[in-house]
Design a protein. Structure first.
Length: 560
């Protein structure tokens, strides 16, 4: 990844500007009950946020950054014990609010109006029984900020502000009817509705493609220019580089390095910060991975005229929207994946990437065209005919926690495909499960744990082990690392490349993260509005893009 700082830092005034303090945190501790006694996850951290300032806290999963964010709105979690020497907020009316020891009734006056809070998982955060319009309009109604008759118009303005197209139509829809990116933008609109002085955003751009990400980051920048303070929690160092005035690096509940963004990113002092920066995925990280593999050669290129393992021919998929208009999620899409190669599909939310993945898995029948898997008319087979072949095509999803049965242990989860697709006895199944865990670098101690007790990276490794259990020829990977921090992301991506080299797997890799796509892909297909606008070798796409849309995507990527 290029070491190039862009964004707010290029507009910083020559002389420092004194800022009034909106948030003052001194010696914050948060602990949770444990069998061995209280477990401290935030250990005496201190920071301030001024009016018009953006502070980014970065770190790995489990570093304590999200718990810190939640503690500032009184939502640290069940059984949490928090204390601080100072926890002070300057409100709209100039009054100083102490955030120590507030009752739930007192918090209800602070949340939304004085502190806006944006969570990462919009589908969980949004009420499934309420329309987007009612969800975004609630803070306006609760705090009496606009007349009832004006709420609808204000909601549409807020939705448009965060880049949601057709805001009037979207306001009438429910969360499950929106894509992940649209849901996240609706959640941000809801947090902005009451115009809070402080906005806390916990991984707000994780589900967003780069162009929508730029729109959302632009909203945050505009809020800062208007005098709001922003606390950004993120594992995306490039986003922090573009947006933040200051960066605080968190490890094991402590702030190990804090300073101006330029200084932290260009001249990191702490070894942990240096390790985070070196893990950001790009073409260079793939090159470094390959250089560490000793005599193992690059994958051979597929022979000319060779048989693809997956071929999509003139695929069209159409959806009818609530207003009865028809949307082409895919329109004449043709692509091939050869044995042992990775084809990356990249594009904005709603471009049709995930739809193509569903067609490849035969979870969605195309309205036009056909999908061929191993030479068979995959999309035209009955499910009864497909069932014996499904073991050869497996998927790795973005959020394995929601795809696992929460009652099952890791042992049962990984064993399930062996029960379905093999005739192995119990002893052989158990031996194979243990072998699969070693293959994805998980210790045997996790076998009898349940998914909820694992970290995000561990759950993703379990998902990979489960996918490999039936010895597939093709993996469909749909945003498999977008929710992971950069070091865990790097580990999982390198694991997939290593498994591909060792097992000869083919992969269809779907992602909105261009750094991840470049790290993983041999070839890339760029999608827009259901159409592939450009395809070619990964280096050619990134170094000499031919289509204007591809150039726009690449220009929107936040850089370090």
């Amino acid at each position: 990844m290029n070491v190039q700082l862009v964004g707010r830092h290029d507009l910083v005034r020559a002389a420092p500007v004194a800022r009034s303090t909106i948030l003052d945190v001194e010696d914050l501790h948060v602990s949770f009950p444990d069998r061995q006694g209280p477990r401290e996850v935030v250990r005496g951290i201190s920071f301030t946020i001024g009016a018009g300032e953006i502070l980014a806290i970065v770190g790995e999963s489990g570093s304590g950054k999200s718990v810190t964010a939640r503690a500032l709105v009184g939502l640290a979690g069940p059984g949490a014990e928090q204390r601080a020497r100072t926890l002070r907020l300057s409100g709209h009316d100039g009054e100083t609010h102490s955030l120590n020891g507030l009752t739930e009734r007192q918090w209800s006056k602070i949340r939304g109006r004085e502190i806006g809070f944006v969570l990462q998982d919009a589908l969980v955060s949004l009420d499934p029984l309420r329309t987007i319009g009612r969800e975004v309009g609630e803070p306006l109604l609760t705090h009496g900020l606009v007349p009832r008759t004006a709420i609808g118009a204000e909601v549409e303005t807020l939705l448009a502000r965060v880049g949601i197209p057709d805001p009037a139509v979207r306001a009438a829809q429910y969360p499950h009817e929106l894509s992940g990116g649209l849901r996240q933008r609706a959640l941000i609109a809801s947090a902005l509705a009451a115009r809070p002085r402080l906005l806390i955003a916990d991984e707000p751009t994780t589900a967003l493609d780069v162009t929508v990400q730029q729109q959302v980051l632009g909203v945050f920048q505009a809020l800062a220019r208007a005098g709001h303070g922003i606390l950004l929690i993120t594992h995306d160092l490039a986003v922090a580089a573009q947006l933040a005035d200051r960066i605080a690096v968190m490890q094991n509940g402590e702030l190990v390095e804090t300073g101006p963004a330029r200084e932290v990113l260009r001249k990191p002092r702490h070894a942990y910060t240096q390790r985070l920066l070196s893990a950001v995925p790009s073409a260079a990280t793939r090159g470094r991975w390959l250089s560490t593999q000793g005599a193992r050669p690059e994958k051979p290129q597929p022979p000319e005229g060779g048989e693809p393992i997956l071929a999509l021919r003139d695929i069209a998929v159409r959806f009818t929207r609530p207003d009865r208009s028809v949307t082409n999620a895919a329109d004449g899409v043709s692509l091939t994946v050869f044995p042992g190669e990775t084809l990356g599909i990249v594009g904005e939310s709603g471009s049709g990437k995930t739809t193509i993945g569903k067609v490849a898995l035969a979870l969605r029948k195309p309205d036009q065209g056909e999908a061929l898997f191993r030479g068979l008319a995959w999309s035209n087979l009955s499910e009864r005919q497909r069932r014996p072949l499904r073991q050869h095509i497996q998927t790795i999803v973005q959020d394995p926690l929601n795809s696992f049965d929460p009652r099952y242990t890791v042992r049962r989860i990984v064993e399930q495909p062996l029960r379905l697709h093999t005739a192995l006895g119990k002893g052989d199944r158990q031996a194979r499960v243990e072998e699969l865990l070693r293959l994805v670098n998980l210790p045997p101690e996790v076998l009898d744990r349940r998914p909820a007790t694992l970290s995000g990276g561990q759950r993703q490794r379990v998902s990979i082990a489960q996918a490999l259990a039936s010895e597939p020829d093709l993996l469909i990977c749909d945003e498999p690392v977008s929710a992971l921090d950069v070091t865990t992301q790097a580990q999982v991506l390198d694991l997939l490349i290593d498994l591909q080299h060792g097992l000869g797997l083919a992969m269809l890799f779907i992602s909105h993260d261009l750094g991840v796509i470049r790290h993983m892909s041999d070839r890339i297909a760029v999608m827009k509005d259901g159409v592939i606008v450009e395809t070619g070798p990964a280096d050619a796409i990134f170094d000499a893009p031919q289509h204007a849309y591809t150039r726009r995507l690449l220009a929107a990527v936040p850089r370090l």
